[in-house]
Unconditional design. Sequence first.
Length: 199
Amino acid sequence: MERRNILEISRVKAYSDGIFAIAATLLAFNIKLPGDVDLPAGELLGRLWPQISAFLISFIVAAIYWRNHNRLFSLLDRVDTRLNQLNMALLAAVCLMPFSTGLIGSFHPGAGPLTLYAGTIAIIGLLSATQWAYAAWRPGLLAPHATAAEMRGWLLVACVAPAIFLLSIALAGLSVEWAMGSWGLIVVFLPLARRMTHR
């Protein structure tokens, strides 16, 4: 592997962490007060709840993806040009999270907004899984304590979230409520995948 194709991993990681942090912060900007703010606290919270719940969902998803990203880079010793290109594509999708979160911040989001939101989240997950796959089959990128088998195990874990969000897109044609409810499957299948692949 030529030295000119190797990037300084600390700078790539710092840049990535910054993008995740900014995107997560901007999620809160989707919470907008109604025109009449002189309301009882309960009623005001009721009006804001769809936006707050959209924020919470996206913040949790962003945290899951950031943790997965951080885990990947903790197992790498170096980053080549191709892996950095995948990383930049992932970060571009992360930057779209605040916009896509705003699409589902109403009481009854339609199938179209939900599909765009779930599609954005799925793309981030698929790009993350692609990074894991690329690194797993490039042993020259791995840190001394990492193994290809471990990388392939985490690859399977990385596929859980995008698979669930793609499933929700299919469900959106039947019921938006079912589609949004299916996102809760992450809480069940993500820990299960971790236990199965890293016993």
